[in-house]
Write a protein that binds this ligand. Structure first.
Ligand code: PGA
Length: 247
């Protein structure tokens, strides 16, 4: 199980470092079966890395550029992230896809992350129109296949995040999430020899009060948490729900 917090473009320096310290404290007695990662804004990665060093909390970034380096103003490479002890990187989040990031470019990023030894958290998910059209599964699987072009399964994590559930307070029902996760697992199993073992996280308005029923579903291996990850207590409660679901 993995619970990853996506802080998005939130928190100043002091608050970011303070939240990291609170999360380290709140997750100190964690069992080995649940991994915890936090993904602060890139400018705070260095300071947060310092704060989580020696703890169970892993560090993730929210994005990367596929090139090794060069004239890419404003971008951050995989090598820069590994220099800061970053282990995970979110790739293809819908908030970036909405800004024009294509699945082909997302696949390049996944490949660059893997080449550097980072674990990519590849996000896929349908919009509300796509869900209402009844074709959500086919759309998500097509997005997944295109985002995995040339990719292997090394350290791969997939996050199913229905766009209509992100930041809206409207979460997928456990049944809707389970059905999509099962379809994603089947597709990964067909694509990679060990594809059925790839961790599949759910994301979209995960909160302490809905986490347990989501984690009860067979094919949910954790969560990518936005809003509720900005509060140490809420985030720790979601982590605790993940732990409880392992018993
Ligand atoms: P949310 O965001 O939990 O605030 O809905 C999830 C995400 O975008 O990863």
């Amino acid at each position: 199980m993995l619970v990853a917090g996506n802080w998005k473009m939130n928190l100043g320096h002091a608050d970011a470092v303070g939240l990291a310290a609170e999360i380290v404290r709140a997750t100190a007695d964690l069992s080995d079966e649940v991994g915890v990662a936090i993904c602060p804004p890139a400018v705070w990665l260095d300071a947060v890395a310092e704060r989580v060093r020696g703890s169970e909390v892993r560090l993730g970034a929210q994005n990367l550029h596929p090139a090794d380096g060069g004239a890419f103003t404003g971008e951050v490479s995989a090598g820069m992230l590994t220099d800061l002890d970053v282990e995970y990187v979110i790739v293809g989040h819908s908030e970036r896809r909405q800004m024009g990031e294509t699945s082909a470019f997302v696949a390049e990023k996944v490949r660059a992350a893997q080449a550097a030894g980072l674990a990519p958290i590849l996000c896929v998910g349908e919009t509300l129109d796509e869900r209402e059209s009844g074709d959500a599964e086919a759309i998500v699987l097509a997005q997944l296949a295109a985002s995995l072009d040339g990719v292997d399964s090394a350290d791969l994590v997939v996050a199913y995040e229905p766009v209509w559930a992100i930041g809206t307070g409207r979460t997928a029902t456990p049944e809707q999430a389970q059905a999509m996760h099962a379809a994603i697992r089947r597709a990964l199993g067909e694509r990679f020899e060990d594809g059925e073992d790839v961790e599949i996280l759910y994301g979209g308005s995960v909160k302490p009060d809905n986490a347990a029923e989501l984690f009860d579903q067979d094919d949910l291996d954790g969560a990518l948490v936005g809003g509720a990850s900005l509060d140490a207590e809420s985030f720790a409660a979601i982590v605790a729900a993940a732990e409880a679901s392992m018993c």
